[in-house]
Design a protein. Sequence first.
Lengths: 251, 251
Amino acid sequence: MTGTSEPAQIVTAGLLVIGDEILSGRTKDKNIGYIAEYLTTIGIELKEVRVVADEEAAIVEALNALKSRYCYVFTTGGIGPTHDDITADAVAKAFGVSIDHHPEAVALLRARFGGAELNQARMRMARIPAGGELIRNKVSTAPGFRIGNVFVMAGVPTIMQAMLDFVAPTLKTGAKMLAETLRADAREGDIGGPLADIAKAHPETMIGSYPFFDDKRGPNTNIVVRSRDPARLAAAKAAVETMLAKVREAL
Amino acid sequence: MTGTSEPAQIVTAGLLVIGDEILSGRTKDKNIGYIAEYLTTIGIELKEVRVVADEEAAIVEALNALKSRYCYVFTTGGIGPTHDDITADAVAKAFGVSIDHHPEAVALLRARFGGAELNQARMRMARIPAGGELIRNKVSTAPGFRIGNVFVMAGVPTIMQAMLDFVAPTLKTGAKMLAETLRADAREGDIGGPLADIAKAHPETMIGSYPFFDDKRGPNTNIVVRSRDPARLAAAKAAVETMLAKVREAL
């Protein structure tokens, strides 16, 4: 049986990317695509992403909007040792809690940085909002943290990825979204009509159409059929294949 | 004179990326970084980015938030010929206006697609909210459009880029943000304290600190000093250089 009788559990997430350098274009974000693919793979549906500047009011507002709306919120950026790293303070403000040096985080830094090396700047990285639990990682000493449904991670991709690996086993996940990609060998405009009919006939299957340029034949289209239910996916996929065969014949 | 006596005019923008394929991770967005860099170069400050799914309510909500907040809003995605292209309808809804086939857009499509080729699906691409003006491009026939302070562009990077070139000369721009990058040759944690002091002493200059991994010496840091005022930029840059020389001597 395919489970069509029970609605699949859906676990949602929002992502908040924090950093002037992304908005100025100086740094090209590599985390959105990575996190999107990662969450899809483990059965969490990323519903919204926001990118905001290193400004407390902007971070607090976006965080409050996302954390009330989705099961989980992930943030990247702004947890380093410099004055422009204000994410932890903004998160504390959004949750209405105090922020202080976390003994476990201080111990981690002490084990890594001796004597004068553990200066006030580095100690900033041990400041965690009250109630926060550390997110360890194998790349750097400074931890991220989880508070409520919010996971605060580093902006450096290798560190962020290690943090995501650390938290993934603790996340509730839903039925995985299954997807099949069909190469149309036709232009989007040639299949738009019949594809819309198929989408209407399969309302619980998501059907996306993505044009691309094919070096051999010019404008081409990928059709992506998505569903949490294998039987529904197969039915919609078959309908698209039949339609494509007819369209190609007529071209 | 450097213009410090008059406050520089600031022109802000928001960006709305529309597409399930970005949120599923299937397609990695290439437009955010491009648009961010482009706007910075011409003197427009990108303040916020949102990525939402192909869902009308989500698009309308994000659009209303961004268009009331920033001078300009740019959108990418969802203006093709298939059923999942719902951006034009969502924009019409956000502005509370009707939507219909735009004569100029229809003429463009007619010139390109003969007879039966100009089917209902392709005609979708000529549907423009009332009051919208076309955004032409040299790559594809189907236009984007501008309505109020919102610029609706394609999701395919080459087409979006051509549309941005088309609209750029019509945009009001502010004083350009100037930036200087200084390679610290020190770890972020070693410069965090003195850098914070410099940031405090130069409140109208933005100073960002970005760690990176240097193959030769390991953890390293780029410091980016930004200001619209050349004199302020130079003063903050000089302060950072003096500080870095001292820190390196002590290491």
